[in-house]
Ligand binder design. Structure first.
Ligand code: UT7
Length: 335
């Protein structure tokens, strides 16, 4: 039997219209454009500020564009999976809301939660559904409304994050393209350094938790930074070595957009020049599960069939990893 590969056959994306600039942020907390640009590398981020709209709205916009670009018939979609840490509700899943909004009649849907590494874990998960031979079209979405859990009185975290979503279509192929390999890791000892203190089953919401700002992102930045640099660099180097990829044969590196200094460190470790690294942190900040597919959405026209791409990310948990993708089509023909 011929080997079934899972290939990405299209991309859709969405960022909300509202632009939150560093200048506006510096009116809210004691910060400035120079600090944010040199320490993080974010100039502005997009915020979904219409009342009553959550992550499924971002996901729906991205997935609708994907379906329109790929010409997919809603009845042919087998599954829709959303990677997110900011679901519309604790339950039901954001994917089930999306499934309804997209009019999918024959699909099953669920969310996957692996924080900023969510889309990495999702690519490998969905690729395995496709490789099984049982499923033909799967929509995968990385979507986060980070503004819903950012404390805009905390200068250490509020400049970092933004809202956005992007989606891929995954389909089977017998060609030698698609999701080729993945190395995924988790170390639960990361909990104290990056988490939300309340709102879950350990500490349900109360007046106390609200009064004490316990429903926001808590991050010990320096520690997370250190682990992000070493783990993303190591795992990217490992997946390159495992697949005989060198700085010559790697065409693109797509790193999680959390901090430009982390991105530079990963690129240096791989020995890959700046032109091969896809970066849009300056415009969107860290959209968590959204960063990796949003990079592809932004730079799709540069990608050619057969290009070797290394995706890498690091997030709460800790979670991290790298996915090696051989791109499946000429992006310039699509946009
Ligand atoms: O996506 C999930 C994974 N997350 C990450 O990868 C994030 C990893 N961490 C980071 O990116 C960085 O640690 C941060 C961007 C969060 C912080 O940068 P840093 O260079 O590690 O700064 P720091 O926390 O060590 O703070 C340095 C100084 C402190 O002042 P003192 O104590 O040296 O006087 C902070 O109070 O910078 C101060 N500071 C600020 N100053 C101006 C912290 N935030 C700000 C700010 N504006 N917004």
């Amino acid at each position: 039997m011929e080997k079934i590969n899972a290939v990405i056959t299209g991309v859709g994306g969405y960022v909300p219209n509202y632009v939150l600039t560093n200048d506006e942020l510096s009116n809210m907390v004691d910060t400035n454009d120079e600090w944010i640009m040199t320490r993080i590398g974010v100039k502005e981020r997009r915020i979904l500020n219409e009342e009553g709209l959550g992550t499924s709205y971002l996901a729906r916009k991205a997935a609708k564009q994907l379906m329109q670009r790929t010409g997919a018939n809603p009845d042919d979609i087998d599954a829709v999976i959303v990677a997110t840490s900011t679901p519309d509700y604790h339950f039901p899943s954001t994917a089930s809301i999306l499934c309804d909004k997209l009019g999918l009649k024959n699909a099953f849907a669920f969310d996957l939660q692996a924080a900023c590494s969510g889309f990495l874990f999702l690519m490998e998960t969905a690729a395995n559904f496709i490789r099984s031979g049982k499923y033909k079209k799967i929509i995968i979405v990385g979507a986060d409304k980070m503004s819903s859990m950012v404390d805009y009185t905390d200068r250490a975290t509020c400049p970092i994050f933004g809202d956005g979503a992007a989606a891929f279509m995954l389909e089977p192929t017998n060609e030698d393209v698609g999701v080729m390999d993945a190395i995924l890791r988790t170390d639960g000892k990361g909990l104290p350094f990056l988490h939300m203190k309340a709102g879950g089953s350990v500490c349900p919401p109360s007046y106390f938790t609200v009064d004490n700002h316990m429903h926001y992102i808590y991050q010990e930045g320096r520690t997370v930074f250190k682990y992000a640099v070493s783990n993303m660099s190591d795992v990217s180097a490992a997946i390159a070595a495992k697949n005989n990829l060198t700085n010559e044969t790697i065409d693109w590196v797509v790193p999680h957009q959390a901090n430009l200094r982390i991105i530079d460190a990963v690129a240096n470790r791989l020995g890959v020049p700046h032109e091969k690294v896809l970066i849009n942190i300056e415009r969107y900040g860290n959209t968590s599960a959204g960063t990796l597919p949003l990079c592809i959405w932004d730079f799709e026209n540069k990608l050619k069939k057969g290009d070797n791409i290394i995706f890498t990310a690091f997030g709460a948990g800790f979670t991290w990893g790298a996915v090696y993708v051989k791109w499946g089509y000429n992006g310039a023909d699509r946009v």
